[in-house]
Design a protein around this ligand. Structure first.
Ligand code: UT7
Length: 318
């Protein structure tokens, strides 16, 4: 039986930083309000001209090094992003060119904050099916480019960054299960209205009804946790680490409570990374692996909720 196992992780944060103190000078807010309501103190910002594929390249090289692989050994490149460099080619194709490898399929996955969870599920299918041996799965975002820094209701959340994993074929699990869902009926609660087809709309910044999204996110993540545990016939106590999408510390705490997990079993990066959408889970995973908290053989649960709405979870044996 083929399984997809994490053989390497990597991440990259651009050097620019936007602190809560910086935001205090831009909008009517305070470090105290932002930290209490979101858990965020700062977020990283891509430099002018630094693109999503640039961030993805750094994270990918680190993941390849950790896996002991050359880019030429990759059978597929998936990039989960909401902030592609351009409409086309895909960011995955641009990343492929920067890695100087051609030939393997490369495509973007657009599932907003759930993009990485979706991409892991897709990569897993190609490895289980025997078509791929090594798949590069990246979550990368330059959300600062689509943030309205006059809208205090959500600009305080978003940050830039990239995380990557290599999934490699193995006899041992690996990605044990993936659970994916979407409900396209709630566009008005979380969207960037502009797009090439709706070309009469010029609003190309994130619009969010934060409080409404928050409530749906907490309830939905409760359900996805139940679904994952039930599907695998495991209990809350079987999970070693929760590696959640870093949307808001209060959402993360609610999921940890649901799992009866103490916060020291949860990888939390939101304080310094902010909400980096599709990049947040692979960024957190890489932090947890590199600082030695997440060890080979341990069971991790990822979960995410985001625009679409989309949501999902992966249960992974490291
Ligand atoms: O990642 C993908 C999915 N996204 C999410 O999961 C995000 C979900 N939503 C959230 O994280 C939170 O809703 C926010 C952090 C965006 C907002 O926090 P909240 O606790 O839901 O605040 P609120 O929007 O209900 O606003 C509460 C009050 C309001 O004042 P009044 O009406 O009570 O007087 C806002 O005007 O806080 C005010 N407020 C702020 N005050 C200071 C809103 N934003 C700010 C701000 N600084 N930045």
């Amino acid at each position: 039986m083929n399984y997809a196992r994490v053989s390497g992780t990597g991440s990259y944060l651009p050097s620019g930083v936007l602190t809560n103190a910086d935001l205090e000078k831009m909008i009517d807010t305070s470090d105290e309000w932002i930290f209490e309501r979101t858990g965020i103190r700062q977020r990283h910002m891509a430099a002018p001209g630094e693109t999503t594929s640039d961030l993805a390249l750094h994270a990918s090289r680190r993941a390849l090094d950790a896996a002991g692989l050359q880019a030429s050994e990759l059978d597929m490149i998936l990039v989960a992003t909401t902030t592609p460099d351009q409409i086309f080619p895909s960011t995955a194709c641009l990343l492929q060119a920067k890695l100087e490898v051609g030939g393997c399929p490369a495509l973007d996955i657009q599932a907003v904050c759930s993009g990485f969870v979706y991409a892991v599920g897709i990569a897993d299918q190609f490895i289980r099916g025997g078509q791929c041996r090594h798949v590069l799965v990246v979550g990368a975002e330059t959300l600062s480019r689509i943030t309205d820094y006059t809208d205090r209701g959500n600009c305080i959340l978003w940050g830039d960054g990239a995380g990557a994993v290599i999934l490699s074929r193995s006899d041992e699990p690996g990605v044990i299960s993936t659970h994916l869902h979407a409900d396209g009926a709630h566009r008005s609660l979380l969207e960037v209205p502009a797009g090439p087809s709706r070309n009469d709309v010029t609003d190309d910044k994130i619009r969010m009804e934060g409080r409404a999204v928050f409530k749906v996110a907490v309830n939905t993540l409760d359900q996805i946790v139940d679904e994952t545990l039930k599907h695998n016939g495991i209990g809350k106590g079987d999970i070693d680490w929760l590696v959640p999408h870093q949307a808001n510390i209060r959402i993360i705490q609610a999921t940890a409570k649901k799992l009866a997990m103490s916060m020291d079993r949860v990888v939390v990066t939101i304080e310094t990374h902010g909400n980096t959408s599709a990049a947040s889970i692979p960024l957190a995973l890489d932090v947890g692996v590199r600082d030695g908290r997440i060890k080979p053989g341990e069971l991790i649960l990822t979960e995410a909720f985001g625009g679409g709405f989309t949501w999902g979870a992966n249960l992974i044996r490291m």
